[in-house]
Design a protein around this ligand. Structure first.
Ligand code: IPD
Ligand code: CA
Ligand code: CA
Ligand code: CA
Length: 271
């Protein structure tokens, strides 16, 4: 597991350096997906290609699921079926505008269970890393590694909650309605613009909880492990998985309060 984490850390670092070196003053969208907000830049693709090349150079038999390139490869060996889950830039809109919340997110699964996760929030010089059962850490150049623990014992009314708005255009009006119900019931809301970085913020106690509907597996695979290894719970509604359900993350206690607040307002209720 440490080997997987070490490899993921070194690839996420190299990918981050490449993005900083090659980022133009104002990266442009080369295409859009579900809506005008759902953009792809040339560097989203180049970064995923770099990450895929490095994974395959080290471990040619592994499967890779990436946001830009889909799922490729994979053989089952003695150690099980290993699959890498890659979001080359999580927070592409922030990346385009020069806002600091974007990251490279890489998770490693063995037989369907995530065993290692790395979220490199490049502009902040912060790399979050977790191995299943081994805890979560924040690594910063020149500083000792910091063990992460999420905030506990925070009631909903005193909670700072991060959220995001999945990009499907038909969801936008419902997202606003849900937000209108949530805002008066919590301390405040943050919309950082990167699901993976938001989950690491839960892990680091910078926010108390997070919710969003419409996230994809590569958005939360690595950050979800960082958060759970820091003591948080992650899941969907009624014990179901996050994807394609609402993704909720908070310490036990607040998780249930957030769940019960959001379940009746489920943003997918109107499609
Ligand atoms: C997006 C970010 C954003 C979230 C969206 C995601 P991308 O990922 O994580 O915070 O609200 O749902 O799609 O497209 O920038 O990798
Ligand atoms: Ca995207
Ligand atoms: Ca993403
Ligand atoms: Ca992305």
């Amino acid at each position: 597991m440490t080997d997987f984490l070490d490899l993921a850390v070194s690839i996420a670092r190299e990918a981050g350096q490449m993005l900083i070196a090659k980022r133009p003053a104002r990266p442009e969208a080369v295409s859009t997906k579900s809506s005008a907000t759902d953009v792809v830049t040339a560097l989203d693709r180049a970064c995923e290609e770099l990450i895929r090349a490095r994974i395959l150079a080290a471990r040619p038999g592994d499967a890779i699921l990436g946001e830009e390139g889909g799922e490729t490869g994979g053989v089952t060996s003695g150690e099980g079926r290993v699959r890498w889950v890659v979001d080359p830039i999580d927070g592409t809109v922030n990346f385009m505008y020069g806002l600091p919340d974007w990251c490279v997110s890489i998770a490693v699964e063995v037989d369907g269970e995530i065993v290692a996760g790395v979220v490199n929030v490049v502009p902040r010089g912060e790399l979050f890393a977790a191995a299943r059962g081994g805890g979560a850490e924040l690594l910063r150049e020149g500083l000792p590694a910091e063990r992460l623990r999420c905030n506990t014992g925070v009631p909903l009314a005193g909670a700072l909650i991060a959220t995001g708005f999945g990009y499907r255009p038909e969801r936008r009006a419902v997202q606003a309605e849900v937000l209108a119900h949530v805002v008066p019931r919590v301390r405040d809301i943050r919309r950082g613009g990167s699901c993976a970085a938001d989950l690491c913020s839960v892990a680091a106690g910078r926010v108390d909880g997070y919710y969003e509907r419409g996230t994809e597996y590569w958005d939360f695979a690595a950050g979800g492990l960082v958060a759970t290894e820091a003591g948080a719970r992650i899941g969907g509604l009624g014990g179901r998985p996050c994807n394609p359900e609402l993704t909720l993350c908070a310490a036990p206690g607040l998780f249930e309060e957030l769940h019960d607040l959001l379940e009746p307002l489920d943003p997918e209720r109107d499609g």
